[in-house]
Each structure stands twice: as C-alpha cells, then as structure tokens.
Design a protein around this ligand. Structure first.
Ligand code: COI
Length: 362
C-alpha cells in the first residue's frame, strides 16, 4: 500500500489494462481505467475513502437501491493541458450539484472539498488514462447510492460514493454533426415537484422508451416538453437546450424544478454574456420555436452537456411537422461556444473565470 496523502489510501492494481486500449475507437463510456475511489457512509459519517483497483463489487439482492432507486451521479472531465499539466473543468460545480441531488433523494452530503480532493487524487493516479487528442477527455463519473439491505420503502442508512474514470471521445459518434430530434408529446421526463433537477437514475430510466421509439423512427434523440402542460421546452436527450432566436440566446428557466442545472449550460450563458450576446432564461413554448422558424428568426438550436459539450440540432419534428435549422449545419454561436470551452479546458484559451482546476498532487 502506498500512501500519497494522510486521508486517501491508494492500493495500486497489480497490472494495468491500458495496453489494450484502442485510443482511436474510444466511443463514450465503454473503457474504464485501472482504479476507482470508494467512500462509505456508515453510522452517520463518511469514512476517509480509498483508491483501489477497478473490480466488481459485491451486493445483496435486497440492496435498497436496486428496488427504490436511491442513487445519484455526476459527470465531469479531466484534460491534458497543452503545457503538460492536467486540468479538471469546474469540479466545484459538480460537488455542489451532487449535494443538491443528495438532498432531494434524502442522501447524506459529501463535503465539497473532499469531493474535489477525491476526484483530483484519482485523476492523478490515472493520469496516463487521459486521452491526448483534442475532442477526447477523461470522463469522471461519481455515483452515490444507498447500500443498506431491506425491502420497506424508506431511505438507506448506509451509502457508497464510487468514482469511476473513463477515457472518452465524442458523446455522439458523429461528433459535432447536427442531430435529428423528435419532440415527444407522448412521454415526459420529469414533472413539477418531481426529480428533474436532480441527477438521478430515475430521470434517465424515464427517458429510455421515448429514446428507443424515436431511434426506431430514424431520430437521434428526443426533445422533452414540460410534464404539466406538455407545451414548454424542458431538455433535449440528456442535455440542456438553447435556442438562438433573432439575436438572443434563449434557454428554459430552471425555476420549475424539472430541468437539470447543467454546468455546461451555466458556462455557455456566462460566455455568451461576455461575448456581448443577449441571453434570456425563461419558459419557451414549442409553438414559439416553430413561429420563430416561420418568421426566419430561429437561427440555431443546440444541446449543452458535459459529455458532448455542444450538440447542434439540425432538425426538429413536432407532431409530424419537420423544421430544418440553419440548413442542418452547426451554427456560428454553437461552434464558437464549443471552441471556446474546449480551448479553456485544454489551456489553449486563457481561463479568466477560474474554471480550470489544476491537478497538483502528481
Ligand atoms: C452529459 O451531458 O454529461 C450527460 O448528462 C450525459 C450523461 C448521462 C452520459
């Protein structure tokens, strides 16, 4: 056992699987690095956590999360800076959001500074797993779940926080190619007062059937309308959504509680303001999107998320009516946002916001 810090013990894997990686065919979330971080919550407190070799985990069939879904996760990325250092993008935002999700799911907080420390230590151990190419990254997936064994419906007494690393390429195989989106008017992802603002498994489970049916009809993903009126735009796939209408960048407001507060969403809004683009966070009816298109004012539509960063929408189909956005090509604002964010993440563009967290514990 080799101790790199007073708190987090590191047990190194006997051998590495890195030689088997095909770096040109990473895809998304298919390759996992050699080590994970694991912390356990028992008797009302978190232990110090440890870094151990990636391996299967044992659980009993009565583990409550399997039955009642008390589980939350995060997603963030680490990059090789062009100066040779290692950058993690905005881990403080993920630390905060993890605890907001935990609060909604009646789970214990994990102290923010310890979250950042755990992510940083794990990335330092796995530094050789950070892909080198622009457009690739080491995706970091923290997941927290109830680990007590029982069948009555109540919150767990014990929890685990596990952090996994996965070298990834673009989320969509097509990269920045515009996607073809079906506006779902049959299914909803989240409702007012529900779990939409939490990054929890149930929201993704709720999305699977609509996604499968959309794919069978030739679409890439689904655009979600609100669960109350089925009139207002919520999210696209597993991402936040933005529209350029006239000269304004518009995105749905978070105040209904049904939309995930995306870190990339927040980043794009901040950059847009700085670049002198008018922004608005408000409710947007799907009919407003179609009306803007009719008037020739719908300039761009794109999704924002950690996995894809920016995902341009080329076509929308609502109740059989298709509209094509920007000739099915990536628009200038989406393109500029992608380039600016990737530039900051890789150290090519100055980080004037303090968004880049340097890994110092190598
Ligand atoms: C993201 O955009 O980062 C997501 O939330 C997608 C993830 C569930 C794979």
């Amino acid at each position: 056992m080799n101790v790199i810090d007073d708190n987090i013990k590191v047990t190194k894997a006997k051998s590495s699987r890195i030689e088997n990686v095909n770096w040109d065919a990473l895809g998304f979330g298919k390759v996992f690095s050699d080590h994970i971080f694991v912390a356990e919550f028992k008797n009302g407190q978190w232990d110090e956590g440890k870094i151990i070799p990636y391996s299967s985990m044992e659980f009993e069939p009565t583990m409550c999360t399997l039955h009642y879904g008390q589980t939350i996760f995060e997603g963030l990325k680490a990059y090789n800076d062009i100066d040779g250092s290692i950058n993690i993008f905005r881990p403080d935002r993920n630390a905060k959001r993890l605890n907001n999700s935990a609060n909604r799911l009646v789970m214990p907080d994990f102290p923010e500074e310890r979250f950042i420390e755990a992510v940083e230590r794990l990335v330092a151990v796995e530094k050789s797993w950070i892909p080198k190419e622009r457009g690739q990254a080491l995706y970091i997936r923290p997941v927290m779940f109830g680990s007590s064994n029982f069948l009555g419906v109540h919150s767990s007494d014990e929890y685990k926080l596990v952090i996994i690393c996965s070298p990834v390429a673009s989320y969509y195989a097509a990269g920045l190619k515009p996607v073809n989106i079906l506006v779902s008017h049959e299914y909803v992802r989240a409702v007012r007062g529900g779990l939409g603002m939490a990054k929890t498994a149930a929201n993704y489970a709720a999305s699977l059937l609509a996604g499968k049916e959309a794919k069978a009809k030739g679409f890439d993903q689904v655009l979600w309308l609100d669960g109350v009126h089925q009139e207002y735009v919520d999210e696209v796939g597993a991402m936040n959504i933005m529209f350029v209408i006239g000269d304004e960048l518009v995105t749905p407001t978070l105040d209904q509680g049904s939309i995930l507060p995306g870190v990339t969403r927040e980043t794009v809004l901040a950059l847009a303001k700085e670049k002198g683009i008018r922004t608005s966070e408000r409710r947007i009816r799907i009919s407003e999107v179609y009306d803007a298109h009719e008037r020739g004012e719908l300039k761009e539509v794109f999704g924002t998320g950690t996995a894809a960063i920016i995902s341009p929408v080329g076509k929308l189909n609502y109740k059989g009516k298709e509209i094509v956005i920007n000739n099915n090509e990536i628009g200038p604002i989406a393109h500029d946002m992608y380039e600016t964010i990737v530039g900051i993440q890789r150290g090519e563009t100055e980080d004037t916001h303090g968004w880049v967290h340097k890994v110092t514990t190598i």
